[in-house]
Ligand binder design. Structure first.
Ligand code: ZN
Length: 290
């Protein structure tokens, strides 16, 4: 497995580390709070001396008011055919994201059922109400910014055809006042959320900040971090063997419409079926069972 780190470096500071033609200039990008900055995308291996410098510059520039060196990051993991063939489990991630969230369209949650510390795990108490015209049409799986997952009728059919276990598909309604249900999209709910994420899985705020003050880790250990920094390891004893399963713990944070989310794990059988049908809207990574 090869890890490549991708940073969206703020153009204003890029010359402190990179040559003018290094990376790919992306133009304006929107940050939280409606702030716009120009960025460039730069890819680095962790053993590149510049990788360490990215972390040092981030720490330095962060001390300035509203300062930051990179506005976003991502870790790409590339596998050999042999590694993919031998994998016992996969993580389904980088699911296509859209707005508005279910809550914006009238979906309700019982906040009293959520963790009192990290507010993860609030139960949805109504059908999922969504403006389904906003779901990206070219995708087969998509999520709202609040982590509500929808799947296409095509994917639901694939589950039936291949006798895939471990998921429920629930109707999506446009709004509380209308009983109309989408024929093209369904809410996806995993039957099981018992897969236990264990060490050496690493979480943190970004590749140079492992959140040593545990800002995004719940004392009850249900929310285990803001972001995932490594591949994921799952306790073999906790995995029920179904083709799709959710993790017991959550990543992310509660704030505004955002909710901590579980990870989704899928079997090699489901991955093969999805690949064969060329379904879209996500990426895979190997997940380790130990
Ligand atoms: Zn909690």
């Amino acid at each position: 497995m090869q890890e490549i780190y991708e940073f969206r470096v703020q153009e204003q500071h890029a010359s402190r580390l990179f040559a003018p033609d290094e990376g790919e200039k992306l133009g304006w990008t929107k940050l939280f709070g409606d702030k716009f900055v120009t960025v460039r995308k730069v890819k680095l291996y962790a053993d590149d001396p510049k990788f360490k410098r990215v972390g040092e510059l981030e720490a330095l520039i962060k001390k300035e008011p509203h300062g930051f060196f990179f506005a976003g990051w991502n870790i790409l993991r590339r596998y050999t055919a042999d590694e993919l063939e031998k994998a016992e489990l996969f993580l389904l991630h980088h699911v296509a994201t859209f707005e508005p969230s279910g809550e914006n369209c009238g979906t309700q949650y019982d906040e009293s059922s959520a963790c009192r510390h990290c507010q993860a795990g609030a139960r949805q108490t109504t059908p999922l109400f969504l403006d389904w015209k906003r779901i990206p049409k070219s995708k087969d799986i998509a999520r709202t910014i609040a982590g509500e997952i929808v799947v296409s009728a095509r994917l639901m059919k694939l589950f039936k055809q291949h006798s895939i276990t471990g998921a429920k598909f629930l109707p999506i309604r446009h709004r509380p006042a209308s009983s109309a249900e989408s024929k093209d999209w369904f809410q996806f709910v995993a039957d099981s959320s018992d897969a236990l994420i264990i060490a050496p899985t690493k979480t943190g705020i970004h590749p140079f900040d492992e959140d040593l003050s545990d800002e995004y880790r719940c004392p009850l250990k249900d929310q285990i971090g803001l972001n995932r920094l490594s591949e994921v390891w799952i306790s073999r004893a906790s995995y029920n063997g179904s083709d799709i399963a959710a993790s017991r713990q959550f990543l992310g944070r509660r704030g505004g419409l955002l909710r901590p989310e579980r990870l989704l794990l899928i079997s090699p059988k489901l991955r093969r079926a999805i690949e064969a049908e060329k379904l879209k809207g996500f990426k895979f990574e190997v997940a380790h069972l130990i």
